[in-house]
Ligand binder design. Structure first.
Ligand code: 7TS
Length: 400
């Protein structure tokens, strides 16, 4: 990874002081993505699927070609790719549609304490409404989901398993492939929250055999407001839509309504056209580095940061063995929000708090954590600036 060259692709790095380590929250945008979005608004700016004029046909082509790019990227068929507002709305779609249609009293849904709120909260609500039971996979001593622990909670009553592929706090890669295999033996469907996986590693839905996969465009250098729900065609076909209106309707009369085939059945209203086009461009951009190279680069930065931090006293790192570019820590005795504020003085952007994952924060028995997260444009120099800022923050709060 030629980081110096990569940074030239990102207009924001004209500010050469910027050390951006909040990539788990959002990735920065390269010029090609900004241009793709700009190009749609400047040259088209019209709606898709409806117009009978050239501009609308061309815009539709751009928008639908984007779906092909996205489908190829994750190994799906194009009709299995549904545009959503992001991971959160994708995961809620599955819960509202699949969950409300097929979960019954006495059924069980399995999730974990390692989830982002978007992964487990929708199922908490479905279970509450339906009289089903939400079960949690006991995490191991490192805070990981393991296949062994999963085997202990799955039962013949399990209908749904909702898990992250990579945790946004601990950066662990969860053994979802093995879990999916076991879940299928019990007849359960598996929903993979890929928000922290798809931007950073090879994710192929056919190899995983997951039933659903959700991810957001903005975490892989794409625009905000666009995300993807992948679903197996046969499942999507038997699920009811949750939004009704324009573009998803087929025949409508006062007595009856029918819907378009998947994926359009789940895409009511004017779609997120610029977002879809920008997301496809972002996918082309990041894939040319090779997803395995991206993961190896981030893992290297993680390990380098852990080793540099280990030279300092008074810092607790919670995920030393993570396989991805996320590092979660605290300065001993210092509130994470206080700690994070000092980093800003050194132009180091990091995040502090519960990261919308309060269950793992509670599991760690802390009020929150400080989190640095790396991406393609970060390098060892960024890590050293971050560790220097960490030292300053520690000294500021503990020496006086
Ligand atoms: N799932 C995981 C694992 C996430 O990390 C996030 C966002 C989401 C779901 C929700 O994604 P959204 O695009 O719909 O908001 N995580 C974070 C984070 O860690 N810091 O800010 C957002």
């Amino acid at each position: 990874m030629d980081v110096k060259k990569i940074r030239n692709d990102f207009p924001i790095f004209k500010d050469d002081k910027l050390v951006y380590l909040d990539n788990a929250a959002m990735a920065l945008k390269p010029k090609c993505v900004i241009d793709a979005v700009d190009n749609y608004y400047a040259r088209y700016g019209v709606n898709v699927h409806r117009g009978v004029y050239g501009l609308s046909y061309e815009a539709t082509e751009l928008y639908e070609n984007a779906r092909d790019t996205i489908a190829n990227f994750i190994g799906a068929k194009r009709e299995e790719v549904i545009y959503t507002r992001g991971t959160t709305s994708a995961l809620n779609l599955v819960a509202q549609s699949y969950g409300m249609e097929f979960i019954e009293a006495g059924d069980e849904v399995i999730t974990s304490e390692l989830e982002h709120h978007s992964s487990h909260m929708p199922w908490f609500n479905v279970c509450k409404k339906k009289g089903a039971t939400l079960k949690y996979i006991p995490l191991n001593e490192e805070g990981r989901i393991t296949v062994e622990a999963f085997k202990k909670v799955i039962s013949k009553n399990t209908k749904v398993v909702a898990l992250n592929y990579v945790s946004n706090v601990m950066g662990y890669i969860s053994p979802v492939k093995e879990i999916i295999k076991i879940a299928h033996e019990y007849g359960a469907v598996v929903i993979v929250d890929g928000a922290q996986a798809v931007p950073h590693m090879n994710v192929n839905v056919k190899e995983l055999d997951c039933d659903f996969l959700a991810f957001s465009g903005h975490k892989l250098c794409g625009p905000t407001g666009i995300g993807i729900l992948y679903g197996k065609k046969e499942l999507l076909e038997k699920m009811p839509p949750i939004e009704f209106g324009g573009d998803m309707a087929d025949e409508v009369s006062k007595d009856d309504q029918t819907y378009k085939a998947v994926p359009y059945k789940f895409e009511a209203g004017t779609p997120i056209i610029a977002g879809a086009i920008g997301l496809a461009e972002a996918i082309k951009y990041i894939s040319h580095f090779g997803m395995d190279n991206i993961l190896a680069h981030e893992k290297h930065l993680h390990d380098f940061a852990v080793s540099e931090i280990s030279k300092l006293d008074g810092i607790t790192v919670y995920n030393k063995t993570a396989e991805t570019g996320i590092i979660a820590f605290n300065i001993d005795g210092v509130h994470p929000h206080d700690a994070a504020s000092v980093f800003d003085n050194s132009h180091v952007c990091i995040r502090a708090g519960h990261h919308c994952a309060q269950l793992i924060t509670k599991w760690l028995d802390v009020v929150g954590t400080v989190r640095a997260s790396f991406y393609i444009y970060n390098d060892e120099e960024d890590v050293l600036k971050f560790v220097e800022a960490l030292k300053e923050a520690r000294d500021f709060f503990t020496k006086f």
